[in-house]
Design a protein around this ligand. Structure first.
Ligand code: HEM
Length: 490
């Protein structure tokens, strides 16, 4: 069955739909299930109904009742992602875009609209753009990055360890990936509360999103200009100097793609792993007993709560068949990461421990498979490990059922993760995280930049605008500036 396009006439008014409890509740025109609106608040339950009704590929409706297929089967998702001769990521091929069913003001337009980036490109153009991104990634010094993740975790934990309580989402998970990515891209001076806020705001699609996007693009385009003039040993310089010769616009778009893809997904992964560690007795007992490593906990979380729940979308390049459904050329399909990960054909027992098995769909597969997965995993592995080492008695500071989630078609993430622990003194960020730390060095003698230079160098103070400093703790003036200088290798 091919999803049919439905006109939004008066008779299709969703407000005139059947009452809750009626079997037709949650259905749109043609009896097709909606993936939006109040009926779709629990998308996991909707996917299971669809699987029971249609099998591994089901017709559904997006906002404005735009028809699309959702791929629910693990094997079918993998087949789609790995068969570029039949399915691609170029939304310009989507019939619903071509015939105007998707209106320019569609709420999902920011992720539907085609852009000249590797995530939407195909064939030779994809090879050119992605080749430059992966080549630049291959120059990253992973040992240096792990050291940096440890230091950034120490720095973040220092900001709340004396309080005895914190919200890990806003005070840890949303900061660590940004601190690490600013370092990798070569702009450690740009890491501050403001850029974290801008990235969060950009993804919310609020009225201020355009200004937030402009703030981030401004930082990235200044960095591009600097590195064109004087390359250094960082991701941005390698991207610029790749033989594919990306122009400034392409460099800026790919820096933004990498920064935002890394920030959002890794922040959600960190929160999910920490929630599981804090709430699931299996993990807590196993982590303490040393039977399950943090990397295994990360992999389990990538199965159970993948940071991207679906990817919009893939598009059929020709008439074909998938999961028993007839797919027409130009049909759109959602890569169903979350439903594919719980496909009963690969996971008959959802409670079973996956023991580090990596065949989940969290990073997709095929030509567009996430090239940053090792970085995402490293941030989660090292960050969670360091946090647990610093605060081994950390506990959830509310009932598990009180945790609030925010869900959209693309992801489901925790709004906050309140925790409590015995208040502890700050630690020297240059040391390995420890339960029994060596006393902190006197701030007056703290010259970390000379002890262990940063993996990347920062620009002269005149070249990049001074970042808005984070509020500094009153008792230790100047710490943030010294930290920035040290991160910058000065
Ligand atoms: C836990 C963290 C992460 C998750 C779950 C994740 C997941 C994904 C997924 C599902 C895709 C789409 C694949 C498709 O189109 O089928 C993707 C693409 C991508 N990701 Fe990640 N990602 C993560 C972290 C990162 C990081 C840290 C970076 C960069 C350092 C990154 C860079 C990219 C890029 C550049 C693409 C586009 C690749 C292409 O289209 O060829 N991601 N990611």
């Amino acid at each position: 069955m091919t999803p049919e396009s439905h006109s939004l006439t008066g008779t299709d008014d969703p407000s005139l739909g059947p009452p809750p409890g009626c079997p037709a509740h949650g259905l749109g025109p043609g009896g097709v299930r909606r993936l939006y609106g109040p009926e779709a608040e629990d998308l996991g339950a909707v996917y299971e109904k669809l699987r029971a009704e249609h099998g591994p590929v089901a017709p559904v409706l997006l906002h404005d009742d735009v028809p699309i297929w959702v791929v629910l089967g693990h094997a079918e998702n993998m087949h789609m992602a790995r068969t570029p001769s039949q399915f691609c990521r170029d939304s310009r091929l989507w019939t619903a875009v071509q015939d105007g069913t998707v209106k320019p003001d569609h709420p999902l337009m920011p992720i539907i609209a085609w852009q000249p980036m590797c995530s939407h490109a195909e064939g030779d153009e994809h090879l050119r753009l992605r080749g430059a991104v992966t080549a630049a990634m291959s120059t990253i010094d992973y040992r240096g990055i792990r050291r940096h993740i440890n230091r950034a975790t120490q720095y973040l934990v220092n900001k709340f360890c004396e309080e005895g309580r914190a919200d890990l989402v806003s005070q840890f998970c949303e900061h660590l990936p940004m601190a690490v990515m600013c370092e990798i891209l070569g702009m450690p001076n740009e890491y501050n509360d403001r850029i974290v806020q801008a990235a969060r705001d950009l993804l919310k699609g609020t009225e201020t999103s355009i200004a937030s996007n402009a703030y981030i693009m401004d930082a990235l385009m200044r960095l591009t200009a600097l590195r064109r003039a004087a390359p250094k040993e960082d991701f941005t310089s390698h991207l610029i100097n790749h033989p594919a010769r990306l122009n400034d616009e392409e460099i800026g778009q790919h820096l933004r793609l990498v920064l935002i893809a890394a920030y959002e997904n890794t922040a959600n992964l960190l929160a999910n792993v920490l929630r599981v560690v804090l709430t699931d007795p299996r993990f807590r007992a196993q982590l303490n007993g040393g039977q399950m490593t943090v990397p295994e906990a990360v992999e389990q979380s990538l199965w159970d709560e993948p940071p991207f729940s679906t990817i919009l979308g893939y598009f059929a390049k020709q008439d074909t068949e998938l999961g028993g459904q007839r797919i027409r050329k130009g049909d759109g399909l959602l890569l169903g990461i979350a439903p594919g990960n719980v496909d009963p054909r690969v996971r008959p027992d959802l409670k079973a421990n996956m023991q580090g098995n990596r065949s989940h769909l969290a990073f997709s597969g095929g030509p567009h498979e996430c090239p940053g997965q090792d970085i995402g995993r490293a941030i989660a592995d090292v960050g969670v490990d360091a946090l647990l080492t610093r605060l081994p008695d950390i506990q959830l500071d509310c009932e598990e059922h009180e945790l609030r989630w925010q869900a959209s078609i693309s992801n489901r993430h925790l709004v906050e993760l309140p925790v409590k622990f015995a208040p502890r003194p700050q630690q020297d960020v240059t040391q390995q995280p420890s339960i029994n730390p060596a006393p902190r060095q006197s701030p007056n003698n703290w010259r970390v930049g000379t002890q262990e230079p940063s993996a990347t160098a920062s620009e002269p103070a005149t070249a990049v605008a001074e970042p808005t400093p984070m509020p500094e703790p009153a008792r230790r003036p100047g710490l943030f500036r010294r930290l920035l200088r040290w991160w910058g290798g000065k």
